[in-house]
Design a protein around this ligand. Structure first.
Ligand code: IDP
Ligand code: MG
Length: 138
């Protein structure tokens, strides 16, 4: 999935009615939406998605938070998608996210930080495959 990345608008972004404003930022930054789904993760699905963080102290809270309400999952396309999207969303902790980044503008806490962005081409492909089949990608 080179030139593609994967994102989720997390439960805080959805419940705060930030789907529209965040998608606008994503489009303004030059990303094309390749696949998109409004859905909700079970505890088990959230646990599998974040399995890489299983040993971290925040894992249990993160899993219940990510399954606490609906999310929007999407595959995005742009040159240098993974790196450019990480720049667009800003640091994990919104209090450290650069001005104008999505997390700076829309996130409330280090856990409820509005958006997910893949950290490598390999993970973008794995994470996109978690939500979408080949046939659902354009
Ligand atoms: P990232 O989303 O910026 O890549 P990761 O370190 O991969 O950050 O962590 C995954 C998610 O886990 C974060 O987006 C955030 O929701 C949550 N998280 C990360 N660090 C903490 C923490 O110290 N306390 C609570 N939640 C955290
Ligand atoms: Mg990460």
């Amino acid at each position: 999935m080179s030139n593609r990345t994967f994102t989720m608008l997390k439960p805080d972004a959805v419940s705060n009615n930030y789907i529209g404003p965040i998608l606008a930022k994503i489009n303004e930054a030059g990303f094309r939406i390749v696949a998109m789904k409004y859905t909700r993760l079970s505890q088990e699905q959230a646990g599998n998605f974040y399995a890489v963080h299983k040993e971290r102290p925040f894992y249990k809270d993160l899993v219940s938070y990510m399954s606490s309400g609906p999310i929007v999952a999407a595959i995005l396309e742009k040159n240098n998608a993974v790196e450019d999207f990480r720049t667009l969303i800003g640091a994990t902790d919104p209090s450290k996210a650069a001005p104008g980044t999505i997390r700076n503008l829309f996130a409330k806490s280090i856990e409820a930080n509005a958006v997910h962005g893949s950290d490598s081409d390999e993970n973008a492909s794995i994470e996109g495959g978690f939500f979408f089949s080949q046939l659902e990608r354009f």
